[in-house]
Design a protein around this ligand. Sequence first.
Ligand SMILES: *[C@@H]1O[C@H](CO)[C@@H](O)[C@H](O)[C@H]1NC(C)=O
Ligand SMILES: *[C@@H]1O[C@H](CO)[C@@H](O)[C@H](O)[C@H]1NC(C)=O
Length: 614
Amino acid sequence: MAASTSLRFAFVLFWISVLASTALSDLVISKIDRRVDLTSQIVRVVSTLKVENRGHDTVSEVLLPFPDIQAKNMAYLKSSYHEGKGKGKQSAISLPVTLVHPEGMPPELTFYSVSLPRGLGKGDSFTLDVLTVFAHSLKPFPAEITQADAQLVVYQDSAYYISPYEVKVQTLAVRLPSGRVESYTKYPSTKLVDSEIKYGPFENLPPFSYIPIAVHFESSYPFVVVQELEREIEISHWGNVQITEHYNLVHGGAHIKGGFSRIDYQSRPPMRGESSIRHLIARLPPRAHSVYYRDEIGNISTSHLWANSKMTHFEIEPRYPLFGGWRTSFTIGYGLPLRDFLFESDGKRFLNTTFGCPINEIIIDHLIVKVVLPEGSKEISATVPFITNQWQEVKYSHLDIVGRPVIVLEKTNVVPEHNMHFQVYYKFNNLALLMEPFLLISGFFFLFIACIVYMHTDMSISKSSASYLAKQQLDEVRATVQQVQNIINRVLSVHNKLETSLRDLSRTGDVQSCKAVRKAADGLFKDLAKELKPLLGFLQSSPQASQIWPKVEELVAKEKEMQEKLMAKHSTVVDSFEKKHAKRDVENRVASIEQKLAILRQEVDELLDTIDDF
Ligand SMILES: *[C@@H]1O[C@H](CO)[C@@H](O)[C@H](O)[C@H]1NC(C)=O
Ligand SMILES: *[C@@H]1O[C@H](CO)[C@@H](O)[C@H](O)[C@H]1NC(C)=O
């Protein structure tokens, strides 16, 4: 089985059709050591090359070729050298690297050129380190596994360093994760020791020498691939940097077949799906606050946060474990103190923060970083230590008038090595900072004005309003008028009693009872007049009674006149009776009073009706 699978990988990964031209033969690689790290899903190759000039002309560049099949997955390439003698005193200095298309080279190779810090004269040598990082370079084999299976992957390369120059001595070491090694290509002197396969040393190889190798091994490393990540970094000059990250994530490892059993997953260790994604750890800057994690359904509470002075660790646990080919989308967000990230230099402000994603060892196929600057920012520029697509947008949020300028940085094939600092510079006038508070203050001012106007127009809204008081006073006036009416009616009923007593007198001749009625009437009139007095005083002084007051006043006056006339009539009749005047004589004497009383009575009734309508 092992033999047949290794045979299957033994196809030619790439071949070199044209051999070296003599133009490059001045340089010789006197020694190269390559170390390939396959312990995670990201392939890292560190090479140390010693180059020597054996020609006569000074050489200032070294060409690094990569087969196209590798070059397309290359995410990062860095070349550096060590300055200073002796360990500890050395510091790595980067060398500029550019993509080149030299003539007469095999077409299936991609070339990069490293510029040396100084020209290399005849016989001179120079040692440089090259780090290359590849994404998607471990192929799951088999491509489908069950939940219980270990994930196996294949890595292919050349045992010889592919070089446009002659190579004197070379070695290759391939570091694997600690799991089982299914098979690997063996050449004389190939050794597997402690999860490391060693090839070489190989000596005196001509340019473009190549022999393929394939390594088939177990990798339980979860292949977290973010197909799309959008990071939004929003600066608020009020002291906060708000970061929002939208992830579109897939498990890039061997696809699962035969379904997923949570019971097996939880209970039986061999069936647990070693390579599934159970949780992710985001390493956020210190002093991160308001951290959240949500997906389309809502907030996910199965996340943990712990922090020290250097780092805030945020553990994200998806709703279900992710197996090969499975996807999930989620958003995380957090706030950071502005003073840790915003600085000033040369009259400009600049944001200095990291580019990549805070989750460890993941591959991002497509990354978009948006930096949202405060409204009114000008002269915006970004400095990124590698090539990105850049453009500008405008974002509108509440209270914005012209919108916030947004600088967008786009990059494909992002690996943790890209998690470098980048800067966004901009100019900002502090007056613009007052724009929002000004809007708020004037907004509230107009709101208050509107409230005041509203209170004054509506008559029935508040107990303290004038309209409410007026209504209350009017009710009081109405009640008082009612009381006045009642008293007048009682007075009128006393009038009736007096009239009745006079008729009784002429019928029975009982002077005493007639006088008694008169006496009682006098008392009642006095009492009722006393009751009436404060009511009239109130009505006279109340502005709400101004309309009805003349009528009430007239009513009271007419009644008083009536009372006087009636008393006069009563006295005359009783007096005449006692003096035994002729009946006819008496009638004549009171006739004019009777007439007057009838008119007054009619007027009083009319006034009572008018007041009733009030
Ligand atoms: C989710 O959590 C954030 C932060 O804790 C909170 O502001 C938000 O209201 C929550 N949303 C829901 C739907 O619970
Ligand atoms: C950005 O911050 C990093 C880390 O604090 C620092 O090393 C770097 O010098 C800063 N860059 C600039 C331009 O200030």
